[in-house]
Design a protein around this ligand. Structure first.
Ligand code: ADP
Ligand code: MG
Ligand code: MG
Length: 201
């Protein structure tokens, strides 16, 4: 197997496994400030991606990422499906066929812009963007400092706890959303840690 293909499979497997292992936790976070389906939604999406993984990892990075994103849009549902789907599809659109570490920050910045346009949202509103934006900034600062990326993502997810939700179902709770970590922020941090783990091997 080519090393790029192995890396795609390792990343996909790591992300799907972490979502599956933390599905209960993600659902509990969503029970506190949403409708209690985030873990179930994400697990359904990545189970579907894994069912198709043999075909997906054969494709070059752009088509691979677009394929992952399209499956997430179709299978995850809720608010997070179209948003994570848009994230992965735009990463695929923006990355060159043979990407290097230095290409990732720009692609993630473009993908974040697409998520923001789709979600009519921005960082500071207690969503996945509160993890994705600082992760992109850290990548821009040093694309090779992989451990820092995991630390930044985990801290950013925790930092959504004291925030008041302005977007998504949690915003219906107003001040009562304060004191709970955002589920989509947590799943974003889990995915960052999984991807970094796969890159480190
Ligand atoms: P739903 O809320 O439709 O049940 P999920 O529970 O799967 O969908 O996902 C909820 C997560 O989606 C939230 O925790 C938040 O991170 C993210 N989210 C919701 N709305 C938006 C938005 N407009 N922009 C960015 N992220 C959002
Ligand atoms: Mg939900
Ligand atoms: Mg829902």
């Amino acid at each position: 197997m080519s090393s790029e293909k192995e890396l795609r499979l390792a990343m996909l497997t790591a992300v799907a496994q972490t979502i599956s292992r933390h599905a209960e936790e993600l659902t509990q976070l969503d029970q506190a400030i949403g409708d209690g389906d985030h873990g179930i939604n994400m697990k359904r999406g990545f189970d579907a991606v894994m069912a198709d993984s043999a075909g997906l990892v054969e494709k070059p990075w752009p088509e691979f990422l677009k394929g992952v994103g399209m499956t997430l849009v179709m299978k995850v549902g809720g608010a997070s499906g179209p948003l994570f789907g848009t994230l992965f599809m735009t990463l695929g659109k923006e990355l060159p066929g043979n990407p290097c570490a230095g290409d990732v920050a720009g692609a993630l910045e473009a993908a974040i812009q697409a998520v923001q346009a789709r979600g009519k949202s921005e960082a500071g509103q207690k969503t996945m963007l509160d993890v994705l934006v600082p992760v992109a900034a850290q990548l821009r600062k040093d694309a090779l400092a992989l451990t820092d990326l995991v630390t930044v993502a985990a801290a950013a997810a925790e930092a959504t706890g004291p925030m008041k939700a302005i977007r998504g179902r949690a915003s219906f709770l107003g001040d009562r959303s304060i004191g709970h970590v955002d589920p989509g922020a947590r799943s974003s941090a889990l995915m960052v840690a999984a991807v970094v783990g796969a890159v480190k091997g």
